[in-house]
Design a protein around this ligand. Structure first.
Ligand SMILES: N[C@@H](CCC(=O)N[C@@H](CS)C(=O)NCC(=O)O)C(=O)O
Length: 219
């Protein structure tokens, strides 16, 4: 039986976080695709009043907000744990998840990857080069801070892969496909090595844009 349903738009990095988490758990799930033009109308706004993805359904329980979703999955499917037991490592994971939402996504990827990938590929628009140029100083700061937080560790919360790696991994995997990735990582090679490590995981390979689009088509 399919336990989990993920409402998402193929290509959404936040939606991908839910899928990567379910893949890491070996959980049974299916995708309920939402067309980009259907996000702000019924029935989707009944699930997500702010008209975004992902939304998770699990045994009659409906949940939106990616951090809440991935933490919920980590609690209801406890193994393998994706939250460190040590309080300081767990706090670092929480911090990086918030850096992801507040600085890496807001004002950085919601401009750079939106303009370079989402707008032309999903919405048929044209990239605004000036908008990208305007956020590059802030993007450099975010990349440098992520690099500092990662340091010499294998993963953001230390030696073990965690929810923080899932969230930042989904965003940076998309960013790595655009020309801005090279200048943003020139001084931060640890981010490049880390991204290679996390995207080599089967959970990332199973949830690429193409794989999710194929799942959506079969749904
Ligand atoms: N805070 C939300 C953000 C989700 C989000 O922004 N999702 C994007 C796709 S990656 C979206 O639905 N965008 C549609 C829009 O902004 O209209 C979360 O953590 O789930």
């Amino acid at each position: 039986m399919t336990d989990f349903i993920v409402h998402t738009v193929p290509g959404s990095p936040f939606g991908r976080c839910a899928l990567i988490t379910l893949e890491e758990k070996g959980a049974s799930y299916r995708i309920a695709p939402v067309a980009p033009g259907a996000l702000k109308i019924e029935p989707h706004v009944a699930r997500h009043p702010f008209g975004r993805v992902p939304v998770l359904e699990h045994r009659g329980f409906t949940l939106y907000e990616t951090q809440a979703i991935v933490r919920y999955v980590d609690r209801v499917v406890p193994k393998p744990a994706l939250t460190p037991a040590d309080p300081q490592s767990a706090a670092r994971m929480d911090q990086v998840m918030n850096v992801n939402d507040w600085y890496l996504f807001q004002g950085m990827n919601n401009v750079i990857t939106f303009q370079r990938i989402v707008l032309p590929r999903l919405l048929g628009g044209t990239t605004d080069e000036a908008a990208i140029a305007a956020v590059m100083p802030k993007a450099q700061q975010v990349a440098a801070e992520l690099s500092r937080l990662l340091g010499e560790q294998s993963y953001f919360a230390g030696n073990a892969f965690s929810l923080a790696d899932i969230m930042v991994g989904a965003q940076l995997d998309m960013l790595s496909q655009v020309p801005e990735w090279a200048p943003l990582t020139a001084a931060n090679p640890n981010l490049v090595a880390w991204l290679k490590r996390v995207t080599a995981r089967p959970s990332f390979a199973a949830t690429t844009w193409e794989r999710v689009a194929a799942m959506a088509q079969a749904a």
